[in-house]
Design a protein around this ligand. Structure first.
Ligand SMILES: [Fe+2]
Ligand SMILES: [Fe+2]
Length: 292
């Protein structure tokens, strides 16, 4: 692998290639020349088995970064941190907050599950990095830190609150994205995209001298987006012009349909088992591949 190449494999997603399990959650495996990184860990139900089938050992990761604390991105920490104590773990301090979604006056807890929280508490604290500003994870890999909310059409994407009574809205300010500088441009990975897809891409570009976006991959959390937000998102995406758009997890069916209609072959919906290799010469250049 060259110093600017990267290989990304989706380990956990709401969709999966043949032989792999689905769950409502998300996790990516990223390999660069110098590091192996887990970005999100799903709920914990499918991560290890999917990874085994794909020939990946998550316990061999150098670091684990959480996009945010929701259970479907953080639950897998429990089993990982109990088995290996040499990871470097990165997340925003808000990732351990109690939090809920409230629908029809019913509060559903969304926070990091207790077992994951306990595993994090018991983990060597010098290896837990509470991210409040941009941080580098490898030579060409960074975490955005908290993401500026600048667009007027994006919001966290649901009825999220920090209390069960629904008094304090949850801005999900622990939302972080990961970017990779490759020889082909910037690859941006989102967990749920609660800060907004466009806010996230713009922040990643600001941190990389406006580098063109080679690919964006992850949950875009547009499942509750109205038509106006979808249209404005697509208009902004046309301006930012990612070469490849891989919607996963919580992007939402209508949004995926709209993205495919707008971007054609440049939009390839993701699934567990999909692999993308960047900075590779020849016809395989960055072609996403799902397990048949
Ligand atoms: Fe999610
Ligand atoms: Fe989320």
């Amino acid at each position: 692998m060259t110093s600017q190449s990267a290989k990304i494999t989706i380990l956990v997603d709401n969709e999966a290639g043949a032989g792999l399990a689905t769950e409502h959650g998300f996790a990516l495996w990223l390999e660069t020349a110098d590091k192996r990184i887990l970005f999100d860990v799903g709920q914990g139900a499918t991560l290890l088995e999917n990874a085994r089938i794909l020939g990946i050992n998550p316990l061999a990761a150098d670091c684990i970064a959480l996009s945010h604390g929701h259970y479907d991105h953080s639950g897998g920490l429990a089993v990982l941190l109990q088995q290996d104590r040499t990871f470097e773990v990165y997340c925003h301090p808000g990732a351990v907050n109690p939090r809920y979604s409230i629908r029809n006056h019913t509060a559903k807890p969304l926070q990091m599950p207790r077992a994951a929280m306990t595993a994090l508490d018991r983990f060597p604290q010098e290896r837990v990095h509470w991210v409040q500003r941009p941080v580098m994870l490898a030579e060409n890999v960074g975490l955005t830190g908290p993401i500026l909310r600048e667009t007027i059409f994006e919001d966290p994407g649901g009825p999220f609150y920090l209390d069960q009574a629904g008094v304090r809205p949850d801005p999900i300010d622990d939302d972080l994205a990961l970017w990779v500088r490759t020889g082909e441009g910037l690859v941006v990975c989102l967990g749920c995209g609660h800060a907004g897809l466009i806010n996230t891409l713009e922040q990643a570009q600001r941190q990389n001298e406006g580098m063109p976006i080679r690919a964006v991959i992850g949950g875009f959390h547009l499942q509750n987006a109205d038509q106006r937000r979808l249209e404005q998102t697509i208009e902004a995406l046309r301006r930012i012009a990612p070469e490849l758009i891989i919607p996963c997890h919580c992007t939402g069916e209508d949004a995926v349909f709209a993205l495919r209609a707008a971007f054609g072959q440049r939009c390839r919906p993701g699934a567990a088992g999909m692999t993308c290799v960047f900075d590779q010469p020849g016809p395989e250049r960055a072609a996403p591949r799902a397990l048949a």
